[in-house]
Design a protein around this ligand. Structure first.
Ligand SMILES: NC(=O)C1=CN([C@@H]2O[C@H](COP(=O)(O)OP(=O)(O)OC[C@H]3O[C@@H](n4cnc5c(N)ncnc54)[C@H](OP(=O)(O)O)[C@@H]3O)[C@@H](O)[C@H]2O)[C@@H](O)CC1
Ligand SMILES: Nc1ncnc2c1ncn2[C@@H]1O[C@H](COP(=O)(O)OP(=O)(O)O)[C@@H](O)[C@H]1O
Ligand SMILES: [K+]
Length: 481
């Protein structure tokens, strides 16, 4: 579960009204974390910023000092303008004999606590703060970031400079959603949560779920008295010359994920069979009976020529559920008439853009999409009246008012063919009766899990699409029971 900054602030305010000592609890959680892992021999560096994140760090420093640790506290903005709770924490620090300086910790520290900025970072790091963070990162010491690595925007995950490179991020009350997606994922290290003794059911209801949470309730029934016609007929269209493999990978994934029948319509040369998966039926794209299928997947290896655009137009005006990927998205972005055709569709439309495709669809830069991944996915959903899968680290899924973020998978998936696989998987799950929301969440989750298994079980560094497809079955099987 992840939260917006405003949700976290609301909880904080309610707890304050009850007089709960949240900063004390946060500082204690941080001190416990350090004392469980590090002995008292070498000093601990502590970075204290101008807000309550700094207050958490000061509480931790005070408790660690009382335990007998040596602390080296760096407080560049001084204590003058600290907010009330943090000012109290500073007085406690002074009372126990603690001192501070404006000097960065040195390489003699065993570990560093980052309390520079948390939820309150609201603009790019100014040069003096950036210089401090860079200097600290260069020490190469393990860093415990409090709440958020300083420099990461807690709501969007955007980098407001070059952030603290944390080994662990210990969040309080709830995890900010900015930790879960995009570039932030490279700075958090292992994400941990301490709820500070609060249980907040209303907060949880409004939270951004992980796809794993959505997947928990999904089942894909397979009746004893069923047959291949019970599990959907899919038309996959793509595979222009030189890109046959993209359409085949989508087809293989769809079959492996339980679709009843998969017809693969190719714009380029049509092999007599896919020898690795002869169950697939291959046809010239223009002979496929799109309208007879239960679902159309258009895009893997489609190309952007006139025949591809005609097929897209036809698919958009069809009554069937539609999954659009790859060049189908690029064509959609290039012609406003296609956008007009997408909006009034009654059957579900799913778009699966990677960040560059999303940027084309939104007429902005890829960097802008990546800085605002949640907002970009939501904007696409509104613009196209579609379910959106914005791919990449922390894939974001939006379906109407629903949003989820995925945490499975890794850069082992960063290779051509994975998007084709994912689109085929989504298509198969929808053809078996899942809603677009369920199918996109489950497919994204399982795609990442299958790759993670190859990485963790088999020690793979890179996972290729065919290998991930072979691994899908064991991950899907529990959902068929
Ligand atoms: N209160 C509580 O009970 C609890 C709070 N908790 C803790 O509080 C944290 C949130 O605290 P926070 O709201 O004070 O924000 P924080 O992240 O410390 O930074 C704000 C300061 O930074 C400044 N500033 C911003 N950007 C800047 C920039 N680029 N360059 C320079 N300055 C910049 C900003 O300045 P201003 O915008 O006012 O000019 C302000 O002074 C939260 O993450 C958690 O750790 C937990 O203990 C739970 C209980
Ligand atoms: N660094 C990463 N972390 C997690 N998942 C990733 C990463 N890089 C790629 N992926 C996943 O791999 C897939 C790649 O899709 P895409 O870029 O469309 O590939 P294709 O070349 O097959 O079209 C997406 O599902 C994406 O989320
Ligand atoms: K921090």
């Amino acid at each position: 579960m992840f939260h917006t900054v405003s949700q976290l602030r609301q909880i904080e305010q309610q707890a304050r009204k009850l007089g709960l000592p949240l900063m004390q609890r946060a500082g204690r959680a941080a001190a416990d974390f350090i004392s469980r892992r590090f002995g008292k021999a070498a000093p601990i560096g502590v970075l204290v910023g101008p807000g309550n994140n700094g207050g958490d760090a000061l509480v931790a420093a005070t408790l660690l000092r009382q335990l007998g640790y040596t602390l080296s506290v760096c407080m560049p903005a001084g204590p003058g303008n600290l907010p009330a709770d943090a000012a109290t924490a500073y007085l406690d620090w002074q009372r126990c004999g603690g001192t501070e300086s404006t000097q960065a910790p040195t390489g003699t520290c065993t570990v560093i606590i980052d309390g520079l900025f948390g939820l309150g970072l609201n603009r790019p790091l100014e040069p003096n703060w950036q210089a401090l963070i860079t200097q600290v990162n260069q020490l190469g010491k393990p860093i415990l970031a409090l709440d958020v690595p300083s420099g990461v925007h807690a709501d969007s995950g955007a980098l407001l400079g070059a952030p603290i490179q944390a080994r662990w991020t210990l969040s309080f009350i709830g995890q900010a959603r900015g930790l879960a997606t995009g570039a932030a994922c490279d700075y958090t290290g292992l994400c941990l949560l301490d709820k500070l003794g609060l249980s907040a059911p209303t907060l949880d209801q409004a939270a951004l779920p992980d796809t794993a949470t959505v997947a928990q309730t999904i089942r894909i029934p397979r009746a004893a008295d069923s047959h291949k016609g019970s599990y959907g007929t899919i038309c996959i269209i793509g595979g222009a010359e030189g890109m046959t493999g993209a359409a085949l990978l989508a087809g293989r994934a769809a079959l492996q994920a339980g679709a009843g029948k998969v017809f693969t319509g190719l714009l380029g040369p049509v092999p007599s069979a896919d020898l690795a998966r002869p169950e697939l039926m291959l046809r010239p794209a223009d002979t496929l009976l799109m309208d007879a299928a239960d679902l159309i997947l258009l895009g893997p290896g489609l190309g952007q020529g006139a025949p591809a655009a005609d097929l897209l137009h036809h698919a958009l005006s069809s009554q069937q559920p539609l999954v659009l990927d790859a060049d189908a998205l690029n064509l959609l972005a290039s012609d406003p008439r296609l956008t007009q055709a997408a909006r009034p569709r009654q059957a579900p439309t799913v778009l699966t853009p990677h960040p560059a495709e999303a940027a084309r669809l939104l007429a902005c830069s890829t960097a802008e999409v990546q800085q605002h991944r949640y907002d970009a996915a939501a904007a696409l959903a509104r613009r196209y009246h579609a379910t959106i899968v914005l791919k990449g680290a922390g894939t974001v899924i939006v379906d109407g008012a629903l949003m989820a973020v995925n945490q499975s998978g890794s850069a082992a998936l960063a290779n051509a063919g994975q998007g084709d696989l994912l689109s085929g998987l989504i298509a198969a799950l929808m053809a078996q009766g899942l809603t677009a929301w369920q199918a996109t969440c489950l497919a994204t989750r399982l795609h990442g899990c299958a790759s993670d298994t190859l990485v963790n079980r088999d020690g793979r560094g890179i996972t290729l699409a065919n290998d991930v497809i072979a691994e899908l079955d064991r991950h899907l099987a529990p959902y068929f029971r």
